[in-house]
Design a protein around this ligand. Structure first.
Ligand code: FEO
Length: 395
């Protein structure tokens, strides 16, 4: 249970999910996630963010009860309709029988489909609309695509709080500390990057549009729907989002490899060694040992990504194929890539990776290095050539 009066009459009433292992059924969250929700006590009692994922009804109810009777809720603001926030809505609507959901028209349609909620339980808002709660006023911004197309953000004018929904969010439960000045910020920034690359990254253009729209707004606090509340340095998370959405990378090389019997790994290590000797920053990542969500996060801040891919039954080694596929659906742009791998006989599996990355618009750094079995002396000449070409791209 985590309740906190974050400002007079504005309370954090969210919950921590320490049970789910894969967010959205895909993304590994060994440190869990928080579903943040905020309660504003005024003439109109308002819950911002729909609530939490289904299953957290009791805890959410109890948290709200510590502040006021949940039956008294007048408005439930749904910044976007994804069930990690809206799953408790059917329960809340039964308890707060007069409450209206405040959302975009698109979110209304999605929520009606998801939960059979009648149309008269909604108040829809457009860009710039204001709802008066009493002493507090909420202004709404259309920010489609951050994360779902129905997304709005909610701005509380009196205290200048931006309830930003998924934007500026992070994986990781809130273990007592709620604010950026109370938690290990390095951990949450790293997890915010992984969250961005997994969840929001495909909509980078939408993030940039939202940042532009909000740029004239005085924001003292960013209260997202996941992870810490940013009150000491909201600019920190905004800068991170800006950098990630512009596909800005560091001058470093990420080597992602998979290896069945060690031959591709040995080549990966050789390439890494040569790059380091040439003064290049390198990160070596075994695709099989870590969940692909980490590879996406690492790729997001690497200028060059080298794929080490054995041929497996005439195709690319599936764990590497999966990572390349995820990078294409997350639409990571402006990267260079190189490929190496090994095969026992026919080879050529790497071509599947090459095709995907070419379609993504990445530029290949040559040569492709494909070895038969163990690394031979003649292969090393190609490695030297690749390292030389990679260095040129980093200058
Ligand atoms: Fe946190 Fe897009 O849901």
């Amino acid at each position: 249970m985590t309740i906190c009066e974050i400002l007079p009459n504005i309370y954090y009433v969210g919950v921590n999910d320490r049970l789910t292992r894969f967010f959205e059924g895909i993304w590994f969250i060994p440190n869990g996630i928080s579903y943040n929700a905020y309660l504003i006590i005024d003439e109109k009692v308002t819950l911002v963010e729909g609530g939490a994922k289904a299953g957290f009804e009791r805890e959410l109810y109890n948290n709200i009860s510590m502040v006021t009777s949940p039956e008294k809720i007048d408005y439930i603001v749904v910044n976007h309709s994804e069930p990690d926030h809206s799953g408790t809505l059917p329960f809340l609507l039964r308890i707060a029988s007069n409450a209206k959901i405040v959302s975009s028209t698109m979110a209304k349609n999605i929520l009606m489909n998801l939960y059979n909620i009648p149309a008269d339980r909604f108040v829809t808002v457009k860009d710039g609309d204001i709802i008066e709660l009493g002493e507090h006023k909420l202004r709404f911004f259309n920010t489609p695509g951050v994360h779902w197309p129905d997304t709005i953000m909610t701005y509380e004018e009196r205290n200048k709080i931006l309830f930003s929904g998924d934007a500026f969010g992070s994986y990781g439960t809130l273990d007592g500390g709620l604010f950026d000045d109370e938690v290990d910020i390095k951990f949450y920034l790293e997890e915010a990057k992984r969250y961005y690359s997994n969840i929001v990254g495909a909509y980078a253009y939408a993030v940039l549009n939202a940042l532009k729209k909000l740029s004239g707004l005085e924001i003292r606090i960013i209260a997202p729907s996941h992870g810490p509340i940013w009150r000491r340095e909201p600019s920190k998370i905004v800068s991170l989002y800006e950098k990630l959405s512009k596909y800005e990378a560091e001058d470093k090389v990420l080597i992602i490899y998979g290896s069945m019997y060690g031959f591709t790994r040995e080549l990966a290590e050789y390439i890494a060694k040569k790059l380091v000797e040439e003064g290049v920053r390198v990160e070596l990542h075994n695709a099989v040992n870590e969940h692909p969500s980490y590879a996406l996060s690492k790729a997001w801040d690497s200028k060059i990504i080298i794929f080490g891919v054995p041929t497996y039954e005439n195709i690319a080694f599936p764990p590497i194929y999966y990572i390349a596929y995820l990078l294409t659906i997350k639409k990571l742009k402006n990267r260079y890539y190189a490929i190496f791998g090994s095969s026992g006989w026919a080879g050529g599996g790497y071509k599947q990776i090459q095709k995907m990355l070419d379609q993504l618009g990445w530029e290949m750094v040559e040569p492709v290095i494909e070895i038969r079995g163990a690394v031979k002396k003649r292969d090393l000449e190609k490695v030297n050539e690749l390292v030389k070409n990679i260095k040129r791209k980093l200058i």
